[in-house]
Design a protein around this ligand. Structure first.
Ligand code: HXC
Length: 514
């Protein structure tokens, strides 16, 4: 055969595979508002940068008439390309081919690209759209998942791992996204669950829709499994690109520095916090008044909203923000907000991103629900994560810093590098009302006018402790600052911490309160 004919044959073979599961299956995919696997990859990567591998991989299953089935590419597309001109590894499951179900060869394609990503120290992006373990392939499918989970764990903290849920992600398949750093979901399209509606009906006799069980909103607002919610695939793809503009390509690098920009003038930092300490405000406006171009990229916006986390830039450098949100539950630490903060702190620490912590909280959430839900175990994660983190840590106490909350939110005692406080900061074991009621209980009870004495004692307590100067006198706070000085002081702290280097005692690893 001449080379020309051989090339024509290659082109034909390629064309066949590129048809995926055929016209009908592709039409069904499009009708659901979904792109095909290759369209998704192409819209995410830089133009003309995609190189696909393993196009001609075939499955080896023989049972249940599988020997008669041709599954193009075995239901998954893998390759490499660039985003922002930097290399990435990517896979996208092709639902049009056997429902994107994962058989042995399908899993080997995924693990091949995962190995590339780790070896070349570049981000891994996985687009999930699959019916889960290919039922006909039995234990081979389970083995495939096991190999993926193992690699997710190996790569954790070395390269960024991003999961995009653009279709079903059913059964054990959900554990790969759960092991990765960031999970993106799309309204009405993403479905993530361990046991589907059929199983629930059989075992529990309950009817539930896939949407109510594990739709995009469920994971963005209730479970916290998802980090970014979008209304369309196109919006989700833009979110992924934006995230990648903030983070470094691996754990040996720092995030790319871009041109510095001043915050927008509409965010007036000295006019955000109300004079009355019982009134709330939105901590995101404080962040926007501090960061370059007032551009704050929030993560897990819809879940545990009493804690705000996300990326912004200071002087062009990426910063991770961890902030109490007085607008929701007064910004308390509870089970979910502790998990949210702790995981993000560990992410920033693993990827060389300095952390700025904004503090305004009345402490840990009281109540039997929280105690029984394990607020001790979950709350401990915040202490662990901050103590362990060796990236530059800068703390600003805006208003309340009470009790365990004061310690947990990146205090000097957990080795914050810089602790600043605004003049309205109140640092104490608890709020003045609670404190006065406990320590002066006898005096108040026995007084002729208990109300008057209570008020007097609250004032006494406030005058003594509800200010930043007691902590400043001990050096627990480095500087009491005016709100208008905030950006320049934090910027200075970040710049002089560029070469921070510390190391703790040698160990295999700690035992965090997972
Ligand atoms: C083999 C599968 C499949 C699977 C779907 N297909 N899931 N084939 N194994 N797991 C096939 C279908 O037979 C069909 O083939 C094609 O994919 C499209 O599927 P439809 O059902 O027609 O699509 P749709 O109506 O959109 O429903 C999608 C779905 C449903 C909700 C995902 O297919 C479904 O419930 N699948 C099973 C989900 C599941 O329980 N998976 C196993 C989980 S257990 P044809 O030839 O008709 O086009 C698991 C354990 C892993 O994953 C453990 C790891 C630790």
């Amino acid at each position: 055969m001449s080379l020309k004919r051989k090339i024509r044959e290659l082109q034909k073979r390629r064309q066949k595979v590129l048809e995926g599961g055929g016209e009908k299956a592709v039409e069904k995919q499009i009708a659901m508002g979904k792109l095909t696997a290759r369209e998704r990859i192409i819209s995410l990567l830089d133009k003309n940068s995609f190189s696909e591998y393993d196009l001609f991989v075939e499955h080896e299953a023989r049972d249940f008439d599988m020997d008669k089935k041709i599954l193009h590419g075995d239901g998954v597309v893998i390759g490499t390309g660039t985003i922002h001109n930097k290399p990435v590894a990517i896979f996208a499951q092709d639902f049009t081919v056997a429902g994107g179900s994962l058989g042995l060869m399908h899993s080997r394609k995924i693990t091949k690209i995962m190995d590339y990503a780790l070896r070349m120290r570049m981000p891994l992006i996985g687009i999930n759209d699959s019916g889960g373990a290919r039922i006909q392939e039995g234990v081979n499918s389970l083995a495939g998942y096991g190999e993926i989970f193992f690699r997710n764990t190996l790569s954790s903290g070395v390269i960024p791992q991003i999961s995009v849920i653009m279709g079903p992600c059913a059964g054990g398949a959900v554990y790969s996204p759960a092991l990765t750093d960031f999970v993106f979901v799309v309204d009405k399209i993403s479905k993530m669950f361990i046991t589907g509606p059929e199983v629930i009906k059989t075992v529990l006799g309950e009817e539930i829709s896939m949407e109510d069980l594990g739709g995009a909103r469920v994971h963005s607002e209730i479970t916290g499994n998802a980090h970014f919610f979008a209304y369309s695939e196109a919006e989700s793809i833009n979110q992924i690109k934006k995230l990648l503009s903030f983070i470094p390509w691996n754990n040996t690098e720092k995030p790319e520095k871009i041109k510095k920009k001043e915050p927008k003038k509409e965010f007036k930092i000295d006019q955000i916090v109300p004079d009355d300490p019982t009134l709330p405000y939105d901590v995101r406006t404080v962040i926007k008044a501090i960061v370059d171009d007032s551009d704050f990229f929030e993560i897990q916006e819809g879940w545990a909203a009493n804690m705000v986390i996300g990326f912004g830039r200071l002087g062009g450098k990426t910063i991770g923000f961890v902030c109490n949100q007085p607008l929701v539950l007064a910004g308390v630490l509870d089970v979910d907000s502790s998990d949210k903060a702790a995981r993000f702190i560990r992410y920033c620490d693993a990827f060389n991103i300095p952390i700025v912590t904004l503090v305004d909280l009345p402490g840990y959430m009281p109540g039997i629900d929280q105690e029984h839900a394990g607020v001790i175990r979950h709350g401990a994660k915040v202490l662990y994560a901050y103590s362990e983190a060796t990236v530059p840590k800068i703390t600003l106490i805006i208003r309340k810093a009470y009790g365990g909350g004061y310690i947990a939110m990146s205090s000097r005692h957990l080795r914050a590098d810089f602790v600043f406080a605004w003049p309205g900061a109140e640092i104490a074991v608890m709020g003045p009302e609670g404190a006065a009621n406990i320590i002066f209980r006898k005096e108040i009870k026995e007084a002729d006018d208990p109300d008057k004495v209570r008020k007097q004692k609250i004032k006494e307590f406030k005058d003594k402790f509800a200010n930043p100067y007691v902590a400043a006198a001990k050096g627990y706070i480095d500087a009491v600052i005016e709100p208008l000085e905030t950006r320049s002081l934090i910027l200075h702290a970040i710049n002089i911490s560029d070469n921070k280097g510390i190391s703790g005692p040698k160990k295999k690893h700690g035992i965090p309160p997972f």
